[in-house]
Design a protein around this ligand. Structure first.
Ligand code: NAD
Length: 231
C-alpha cells in the first residue's frame, strides 16, 4: 500500500494560505484564539466567524485543485497498488480532484458537529450560535467539525491499521510540527516502508526520511507520480 500524507503546502498553489508560513498566525489570527477548545469557550462568535471566513474563501471560484491534487487522484486511479491519502487539510481540494480513498484526520471545513449529540452533518454555509442540530433539535451547540490543538485526530484506528500494510510512505507539503502526523514517517519505517518527503523545503523531520525532493508541490508531485506509474 502507498500511503500519502498531505498538509497545507499542497493547497498553497490553489490560493489557500499555509499555517506556519504566515509567521505563526493563521489568516491574521492567533492559533490559541481560533484553533483550540479554550479559544472557542472564551469567544465562540470569533471562532465561528473565523471558520465562516475560511468556508466562504473555499467557495470562491479561483480556489480550485492544482496539478498536485490531480496527480494524486490519477495515482489512485491508475496504480496497481492500493493508495490511501491522509490529509491534515480541512479544505476539499483532494475530493474535488477525484481522490476517493481519503481520510481527513483534522476534520473538514464543510462539516458541523453537534456538541449535544455528536452528530456530524454537511455544512456549507455560515454557522452561528443560533443554529439548531437537525438530528437532536438542540440550538447553540454546533461547532465546526475541525480537530483543534489539544484534541484527538480522527480515524486514528484506521490509520494505524493502514500503516501495518505500508510499502511506501510519502509526505507532501507538511512542516512536521503537528503530531501525531509528524510521527507517521516512523510508523512507516517500523512497517519496513520506504519513505519520501516532497516539500518546498526540508521539514523539521526531513532527516527521518530515506529520500527528499524539494520544490513546489504543483511541479514535484506530478513528476513523482509520472515516475511511479511508469514503473
Ligand atoms: P504548515 O503550514 O505547518 O506547513 C506547510 C509546509 O508546506 C511548509 O513546510 C512549507 O514549506 C510547505 N509549502 C508551502 N508552500 C508549498 C508549496 N507550494 N509546495 C510544497 N510545499 C509547500 O502546514 P501543516 O504541516 O499542514 O500543519 C498545519 C495545520 O494547519 C494542519 O493541521 C492543517 O489542518 C491546518 N491547515 C490547513 C489548511 C488547509 O486545509 N488547506 C491550511 C492551513 C492550515
Amino acid at each position: 500500500m502507498i500511503i500519502i500524507l498531505t498538509g497545507a503546502g499542497i493547497s498553497q498553489e490553489s490560493g489557500i494560505s499555509t499555517f506556519r508560513d504566515a509567521g505563526g498566525l493563521w489568516e491574521n489570527e492567533r492559533i490559541e484564539d481560533v484553533g483550540t477548545p479554550g479559544g472557542f469557550a472564551r469567544d465562540p462568535d470569533k471562532v465561528l466567524d473565523f471558520y465562516n471566513r475560511l468556508r466562504r474563501n473555499l467557495k470562491s471560484p479561483e480556489i480550485t485543485p492544482n496539478p498536485a491534487h490531480h496527480a494524486l487522484a490519477r495515482l489512485e486511479k491508475e496504480s496497481r497498488e492500493q493508495v490511501l491519502v491522509i490529509t491534515q487539510n480541512i479544505d476539499n481540494l483532494h475530493e474535488r480532484a477525484g481522490t476517493k480513498n481519503l481520510l481527513h484526520m483534522h476534520g473538514e471545513l464543510y462539516k458541523a458537529r453537534c456538541n449535544a449529540c455528536g452528530t456530524v452533518t454537511q455544512w456549507e454555509t455560515d454557522m452561528s450560535r443560533q443554529d439548531v442540530c437537525e438530528k437532536c433539535g438542540t440550538a447553540g451547540r454546533l461547532r465546526p467539525h475541525i480537530v483543534w490543538f489539544e484534541e484527538m485526530p480522527l480515524y486514528m484506528d484506521e490509520i494505524w491499521r493502514a500503516f501495518s500494510k505500508c510499502r511506501l510512505f510519502v509526505s507532501i507539503g507538511t512542516s512536521g510540527h503537528v503530531h501525531p502526523a509528524a510521527g507517521f514517517v516512523k510508523l512507516a519505517q517500523q512497517a519496513g516502508a520506504r519513505t519520501l518527503e516532497l516539500n518546498l523545503e526540508r521539514s523539521l523531520g526531513a532527516w527521518f526520511f530515506h529520500d527528499g525532493r524539494y520544490g513546489k508541490a504543483g511541479k514535484v508531485v506530478p513528476a513523482w507520480v509520472e515516475e511511479i506509474l511508469a514503473g
